[in-house]
Design a protein around this ligand. Structure first.
Ligand SMILES: [Zn+2]
Length: 260
């Protein structure tokens, strides 16, 4: 079985796919039988919870994406209240994005600190987005003691030096479809060198479809292409990448996963 460790099921154009049940069935035919649907704000969280409730293979996170400028600001109290639900296995996605939000850097850092405090209170790992903000991301994680709960730098687009620092902070690294892009040499190097026990794979669907579907609306089934590409880079059989990333998912997020 394969895991899509980061998708946004409530952002998929479900009508186009014939509903969530069909999305999950397509995923299953590709061997993808577990998913983590990651929250991006608090306003849409109840709808996300309702949408995914019938499906025990879907885990959830609670958080407010750093780019959601107009969203209700997160508080430790609200994040921990929602985060106590059994299906919620992580806090995020949170982090810093100075590429799109350089002018909201202060606000982003405040929210990031709130998420880390909530994760520590709950003892649940963090899902971290970082773009053009590498030094501050590492600094805030360090200052707030994020290593105590760990987590994942999702949709990794940085270099090996950043990956090493993330590993030192008790974080995992997750590869999305971007690793399959022709010009992604730096990310591909990280995929070759990363210790197997810290590696995850994801789609970040509906965004960032991997080759050979680049440019189309992404879906969880296609995490298989990410895993295949990473296996090729590492010179490992696909089954090995599938087994290790699935075991890592289970261990990091406290989810029971079947072997094989
Ligand atoms: Zn995401």
């Amino acid at each position: 079985m394969l895991v899509d460790s980061h998708c946004h099921l409530d952002r998929l154009d479900l009508a186009r796919f014939g509903g969530l049940a069909n999305v999950l069935e397509t995923a299953a035919t590709h061997g993808v039988t577990r998913l983590l649907s990651v929250a991006t704000d608090l306003e849409s969280w109840p709808a996300l919870a309702r949408l995914t409730e019938p499906y025990p293979q879907i885990a959830l996170s609670v958080g407010v994406h750093p780019g959601e400028d107009g969203a209700r600001p997160p508080t430790v109290a609200e994040l921990t209240a929602l985060g106590r639900e059994a299906r919620v296995v992580a806090i995020g996605e949170t982090g810093l994005d100075y590429y799109y939000g350089a002018d909201s850097a202060d606000r982003q850092r405040d929210w990031f600190r709130v998420h880390i405090a909530a994760a520590r209170e709950l003892g649940k790992p963090l899902i971290v987005h970082t773009r053009a903000a590498r030094a501050d991301t590492l600094r805030v994680l360090e200052e707030e003691g994020a290593a105590e709960v760990g987590g994942v730098l999702h949709c990794f687009t940085e270099d090996w030096a950043m990956a090493e620092q993330a590993l030192a902070l008790n974080f995992h690294v997750s590869f999305s479809g971007i690793v399959t892009f022709k010009n992604a040499k730096q990310i591909q190097e990280v995929a070759r060198r990363l210790p197997a026990e810290r590696m995850l794979v994801e789609t970040d669907s509906p965004y960032l479809a991997p080759v050979p579907h680049r440019g189309k609306p992404n879906q969880p089934a296609w995490v298989r292409h990410v895993a295949e590409f990473v296996a090729g880079l590492r010179g490992e059989p696909l089954e090995q990448v599938v087994a290790t990333t699935t075991a890592n998912y289970g261990r990091l997020f406290g989810v029971a996963v079947e072997a094989g």
